[in-house]
Design a protein around this ligand. Structure first.
Ligand code: ZN
Length: 217
């Protein structure tokens, strides 16, 4: 069962405090409408009743999808031991457990895991896509505004890169899953994330793996 409660939210623009509904737990199987509101970001949007400005409001949340066997923990900090104790039985059952630091990461992770994609390979594909984009298009990494998983297609993972330039329609690249798996096997640095500890498998994670101790990618 999904569970929510009402808290006092503070408007970052005018400081007005108002009642706001936050969700502690979402069970996607019983509440598909809440799942949709996660994907759209609507669940984290707020409108100040005083100054009418809109803003995003991120709060800790546990998201459970039994059909696709994954649990997400939306939080910018590491889970405490209590949470790990609660979710260990799920990890033992083969569930994928992940921490997501931002709402953007969270919505992408839902899409990736619902597709049955291996998120380690998705992060690797995103990393490779940035390198290809910079090398082949002679662009700078800081010009990139977003790197996103799009879908799985004919044994490939499709990644889309946007620059936010006017008229930019994105640049898509297909990465064969077999090739990515080989890349993981050949790397002596990539280890299977430890599910039970709610690892964050995201951009920071993949960059930390491929950066040398001197801090150069
Ligand atoms: Zn306000």
């Amino acid at each position: 069962m999904s569970e929510s409660r009402t808290i006092k939210a503070k408007c970052p623009y005018c400081g007005h405090e108002f009642d706001y509904e936050v969700w502690d737990t979402i069970t996607a199987d019983t509440d598909p409408d809440l799942r949709d509101r996660c994907i759209s970001g609507d669940l984290f949007g707020a409108v100040c009743p005083h100054c009418r400005k809109r803003f995003m409001f991120q709060y800790p949340l546990i998201y459970i999808d039994q059909a696709h066997q994954f649990v997400l923990w939306l939080s910018d900090r590491d889970p405490g031991k209590d949470l790990q104790a609660t979710t260990k039985p799920l990890a033992d059952k083969g569930y994928t457990l992940r921490r997501c630091a931002t709402v953007r990461e969270f919505t992408q992770k839902i899409e990736v895991l619902e597709d049955g994609a291996d998120d380690v390979l998705v992060e690797l594909a995103k990393f490779d896509a940035v390198i290809d984009f910079v090398n082949n298009k002679n662009r700078k990494p800081e010009e990139i505004s977003s790197v996103e998983y799009q879908c799985m297609e004919n044994g490939t993972i499709v990644i889309n890169i946007r620059t936010g330039d006017e008229g930019d329609r994105g640049w898509s690249e297909h990465f064969p899953i077999k090739m990515l798996q080989e890349e993981v096997q050949e790397s002596d640095k990539m280890e299977e994330p430890d599910n039970a500890s709610f690892p964050a498998v995201n951009e920071d994670w993949i960059v930390s793996i491929f950066s040398d101790p001197a801090g150069q990618a």
